[in-house]
Design a protein around this ligand. Structure first.
Ligand code: CUA
Length: 344
């Protein structure tokens, strides 16, 4: 029980530590707080974990209190009494108490946890649920909207759910290499992305905004940098986002030099941009790259300077990243940055 208590506390407070990690999350720093859930599964998980934590805290107080009392009270024999205290052997009452009470507590914990797990896993998905297929990669997230024909990366866009118009988003979770784990603390708990297996989860966010997530299963060098964002839109702004993602990126001859750099280097082996000869699937789809808030799987804000630093030397920005240094000249980096930033 002690162990269980400390473990729960570690999990609970671990969540907060990760939220405050000093990376480039700017004003969104508190957007990963498990104590402020804003979506149905996250609320149920917090409720269950608080109950479990309170039970463990109660056990801690009783056991710790009795131990402290015994240590203090019996710290040395009284001067006038050098005999041993009465020794108790084979007390049925004590045996029953320390068997039955822990069993009852464990049963309560099992029931509470099983009910929450069941409520989340067995929830009926409405026909109009938005379907997303999320694929974990070392070290980024591939995002497919099969019903909408959209492919993007690292930033999931979903509509908000309201009592008048419920909108649930359902996820099929997969992995392209090792085990990753989908975790957006304010929206949904951790669900693993396991190779050769489809896991499921869902969210029903009640509030618009941007929420931060992170891979929650150690998956290699950049595990901690495998970040994720969920942008929760009003229905109208979600429709606008969908429309924009569905159209091919606008061709602007002003950025032809950058496009040429992209099309004539190995970029095309790993990345795809709709309307070009690039159809690689090993790295993120860049068709609407400039519509994203971040680059390098959420590690940097998408600014021109950050993008140039990334293109010039990916390993300096994200050590271990599978994007190689393309040995581009400063001029090529400039042109390529201009082109990528035109892909709204
Ligand atoms: Cu992906 Cu940890």
């Amino acid at each position: 029980m002690w162990l269980w208590g400390s473990f729960t506390a570690l999990l609970v407070f671990g969540g907060v530590t990760f939220a405050a990690e000093p990376l480039d999350t700017g004003p969104l720093r508190d957007k990963a707080n498990i104590f402020i859930p804003l979506s149905t599964p996250a609320e149920a998980i917090l409720e269950a974990s608080l109950l479990v934590s309170w039970i463990c805290f109660g056990i801690f107080v009783v056991v710790g209190g009795l131990t402290a009392y015994a240590i203090w009270k019996f710290r040395k024999p009284r001067d006038d009494d050098q005999t041993e205290p009465p020794q108790v052997y084979g007390s049925l009452q004590i045996e029953l108490a320390w068997t039955v009470i822990p069993i009852l507590i464990t049963v309560v914990l099992i029931l509470v946890t099983a009910r929450t797990v069941g409520e989340i896993q067995n929830a009926e998905m409405p026909d109009d649920a938005l379907r997303i297929r999320l694929v974990g990669h070392q070290w980024w997230w591939e995002i497919h909207y099969p019903g909408l024909g959209i492919v993007t990366a690292n930033e999931i866009h979903v509509p908000v759910s309201s009592p008048e118009a419920r909108r649930i988003t359902h996820f099929t979770l997969q992995s392209a290499d090792v085990i990753h784990s989908f975790w957006v603390p304010q929206l949904a708990g951790k669900t693993d992305c396991v190779p050769n297996r489809d896991n499921q989860t869902w969210i029903e966010p009640h509030k618009t905004g941007t929420y931060l997530g992170n891979c929650a299963e150690y998956c290699g060098t950049q595990h901690a940098g495998m970040r994720l964002r969920v942008v929760v839109h009003t229905p109208a702004s979600f429709d606008a986002w969908v429309k924009n993602q569905q159209r091919p990126p606008v061709e602007d001859p002003a950025f032809a030099a950058g496009k040429l750099v992209f099309e004539t280097t190995s970029c095309v082996n790993c990345h795809a941009i709709a309307g070009t000869n690039a159809d690689g699937v090993f790295g993120p789809d860049l068709s609407h790259f400039a519509s994203r808030q971040t680059l390098a799987a959420g590690q940097r804000s998408l600014t021109r300077d950050n993008l140039k630093a990334w293109l010039a030397d990916p390993q300096a920005v994200k050590p271990g990243a599978l994007m190689p240094d393309m040995q581009l000249t400063p001029k090529q980096v400039d042109n390529l940055a201009d082109y990528l930033l035109s892909l709204k």
